[in-house]
Design a protein around this ligand. Sequence first.
Ligand SMILES: *Cc1c(COP(=O)(O)O)cnc(C)c1O
Length: 402
Amino acid sequence: MTDDPIPETLVRRTAWPASVSRSVGTPLQTSVVYASADPDELDAQYGGKVEGYTYAREGHPNADVLARKIDALEGAPSAGGGGIIVGSGMAAVSATVLGLVRKGDHVVAGAQLYGRSLKLLTHDLPRFGASATLADPTDAASFAAAIRPETKLILIEIVSNPTLRVADAPGIIAAARARGVKVAVDNTFTTPRGFRPFDEGADIVIHSVTKMLAGHADVTLGYVAARDPADRAAIREFAVTTGMTGSPFDCWQAERGLYSFHLRYDRSEENARALADHLASLPGIRRVVYPTHPSHPDHNRALALLGRRGGHMLSFELEGGRAAANALTRAMPGIAFAPTLGDIGTTLSHPASSSHRNVPEADRLAQGITEGFFRISVGVEDIGLLRRDFSRGVAAAHAVSR
Ligand SMILES: *Cc1c(COP(=O)(O)O)cnc(C)c1O
């Protein structure tokens, strides 16, 4: 076939065109493998003598570009290489816990952590011969009392989901330090704009980048950074071995989302504060939960820990049961009724039918999660639009509950 018009070299890889000018947008690097000049060069790279990528599961440029930006937001230590990007927030939690904990070790964790984190600690950790005790994060003494000689790690969130209780982070970190236990903070809810765990003495910071950092409900990614380079290396090794890598496209997309993180966060927070006041004024609302609102059970701690940064999450309880809850979501179709948070637009979730459906009813009610309880992830919309939507929804619910 000498007259075949397809050149024999077609599948040979082409060098990227040279240019003295550089791209302004971050390039999307989807290559899984990287070619070296010779075995000496590859050897030097694997030996850590020179910097270079080898295989995407081990690391790729789009993950590193994203990680360095989150490092800057969190004030993460650069020793050992900075934060690590993985494929989801749960990958970050799993890599941290399973990368650091050995057989016989013990973890103390907040009793109201993200549901899958609780599942990992109570269901999976015992399969590896380790165990976890859950404690009340608003009470540092209960954490101190739960620490044992074999306790290796403490895992907390600053603001709990969905009841928005505020952890006594300084008290828990002090108790952990006194006993030589490392503290990991899942900072997804609070974000580095509300609280910076490393500044307060935490050892490890975890994010579901999926939420507010990426901010557009179109990527799933996680981040973890550690103060101690040995912890960082253990977490990274576990993540690479178990294949937790995030895709270049997701990292590229998340980086673009991150450009506007501070603008989205500030606007969402301003909206959340105003919407909390608006909801509190409506008939048919039993209570509004917002950390910096004077009615919040941890109001003083919220002010001390978060300053005026109450965040973008807000919860409320309607009078009435499931029928009132159904009427509310149906009367406000413009607000996505979806079990996520941190999107640029407002989303609404109903824990009793979603995130907390498997929590025994008595425990749910003890936390105040009734059929009328909703959580709002407030977005950047015009506040007038949000007030109108929620007025309509709450009025429809009130009409059913009377
Ligand atoms: C969503 C979330 C996670 C899990 O993140 P994914 O990206 O969905 O895996 C972990 N912790 C908190 C606090 C979350 O809100």
